[in-house]
Design a protein around this ligand. Structure first.
Ligand SMILES: [Zn+2]
Ligand SMILES: [Zn+2]
Length: 173
């Protein structure tokens, strides 16, 4: 690879084991449908066996996420792994295997879709900017991490008579 991309030049790949590294910028959608811009680096161990190529590696980087509680943007770390097997001759592929056929005539193999897929698989269901994020006030929408809003605690209708009584007691005579 891979000057700013994850394209592997197959013709230049030596037989046996080697290492490649590259970088990739892309966007994925989080569980809430928000786009996250991801910037990752991939380090790949290559095992070139002639008609078969194993690609195993790690992806690390960061994503511009939006907190699902307070909706503020924040950066989250991204980490994933991938394990890809390429087969250069179609005849040897068993139908059920997840081996990917790459014809002999192919000049390069783009690892980017596999890296994006790996990152997407590790996408957390809930994105939270901090474990103690207090989120938004359900009544006025204030960000409770920043603002102490003036809304009362949610009133349970069963306590409403007590609240009225309390207001009466609190009122200076
Ligand atoms: Zn938050
Ligand atoms: Zn409020």
């Amino acid at each position: 690879m891979m000057d700013g991309s994850l394209r592997i030049r197959l013709a230049a790949l030596p037989l046996g084991k080697s290492r490649l590294a590259g970088a990739l910028d892309f966007a994925i959608l989080d569980a809430a449908g928000e786009a996250e811009a991801c910037r990752v680096r991939a380090a790949c161990e290559v095992d070139h066996l002639g008609s078969r190529i194993h690609l195993r590696g790690q992806v690390e980087g960061e994503a511009d996420a939006h907190c699902h509680r307070c909706l503020e943007p924040y950066r989250r770390p991204v980490a994933a792994t991938f394990d890809v097997t390429l087969q250069r001759t179609a005849a040897e592929i068993e139908p059920e295997s997840d081996v990917e056929f790459v014809p002999d005539s192919a000049v390069e193999y783009d690892l980017a879709p596999r890296v994006q897929e790996a990152v997407l698989l590790e996408e957390p269901l809930q994105l939270v900017c901090a474990p103690d994020c207090r989120g938004l006030c359900p009544q006025c929408g204030a960000n409770l991490n920043r603002d102490a809003c003036a809304c009362a605690l949610p009133v349970d209708p069963r306590w409403a008579p007590l609240a009225t009584l309390r207001a009466r007691i609190d009122k200076p005579a």
